[in-house]
Design a protein around this ligand. Structure first.
Ligand code: PAF
Length: 285
């Protein structure tokens, strides 16, 4: 697996991959890879013979006081995992290659960026949209894969790609979970043993609320119960527990179309997010 850090070399290497083997897939990451990322690579290989992974801890998507400085960085281990998984190329630009002196452009996606994590982390999705637009333009893949765990991020990227007529297919890949349901995340590394044990309440509360809503229970009541379970488990603050339309992310107070139940809450110093689908029973609506 080649490791490339400059845009011109990247362009040459991707052109060579394309000449040799057809379509190219991109798996964008911030590193500290886990089985969730590896599921993205495995799915990418089902869509394209050549998979490019990127690792870039993007300063533009971290707010003041967030974990940019402490975000886990372990490129050598990540590179070994990607090579083992069958990636052809690792795109690992430095800060200067991504944001050269004079960089002055921001990509901002209205609507789906607002509320949820957009409210709790102002500017976050501008940073995500800007770096993903750059990554897509640098690699120019045929397909790019993102985890459903960052569901709002996926919606923002889909909107941006549609709005800017970017010639890439965006594929969402289901969340990979630990045995007790906790969604895999690079930030789980921050949890102490006690916090890790308590964190299982997040997927449990979402699963219970999703089942209640899908069975016809009142949305407000299910969200209130889930919020109470999270508080009892020690999550503080709870940024949101909300039911949104699965496609537009518009708020939903009565289940009539596929929806998504999303939550974000802090366990100690670690902010965790998760979401699950909520589908109306056949014939409902
Ligand atoms: O999901 C992530 O790891 C990041 O937000 C992404 C998409 C790589 C952009 O920095």
């Amino acid at each position: 697996m080649q490791i490339i850090r400059e845009v011109a070399a990247l362009r040459r290497a991707v052109a060579a991959l394309r000449d040799a083997g057809g379509p190219v897939a991109l798996v964008p990451t911030m590193g500290a890879l886990h089985a969730g990322h590896m599921a993205l690579v495995a799915e990418a290989l089902r869509h394209a013979p050549s998979v490019v992974a990127s690792i870039f801890v993007n300063p533009m998507q971290f707010g003041a006081g967030e974990d940019l400085a402490t975000y886990p960085r372990r490129e050598a281990e990540d590179a070994a995992m990607l090579e083992e998984a069958g990636c052809a190329l690792l795109w690992a630009p430095g800060g200067e290659a991504m944001y050269p002196a004079g960089f002055a452009t921001t990509v901002s996606v209205a609507g789906v960026s607002e509320g949820l994590c957009g409210a709790a982390r102002p500017g976050h999705f501008n940073g995500v949209a800007t770096v993903v637009a750059k990554l897509l333009n640098q690699v120019r893949p045929d397909v790019a894969l993102f985890g459903e765990k960052d569901y709002q991020q996926l919606a923002v990227i889909r909107r941006m790609v549609a709005d800017l007529d970017l010639a890439v297919e965006i594929i969402g890949v289901p969340t990979v979970r630990e045995a007790d349901g906790l969604a895999l995340s690079s930030r789980n590394l921050y949890l102490s043993a006690g916090e890790r044990e308590a964190a299982r309440a997040l997927p449990a509360a979402l699963a219970e609320a999703a089942a209640a809503i899908a069975a016809g229970g009142a949305v407000g009541r299910a969200l209130g119960t889930a919020t109470a379970h999270l508080a009892a488990a020690g999550f503080d603050p709870i940024d949101y527990v909300e039911l949104r339309d699965a496609e537009t992310l518009a708020p939903v107070d009565r289940l009539a179309r596929p929806a998504r139940l999303l939550a974000a809450a802090r366990m100690g110093r670690t902010r965790l997010i998760d979401n699950v689908p909520v589908v109306p029973p056949a014939g409902a609506g």
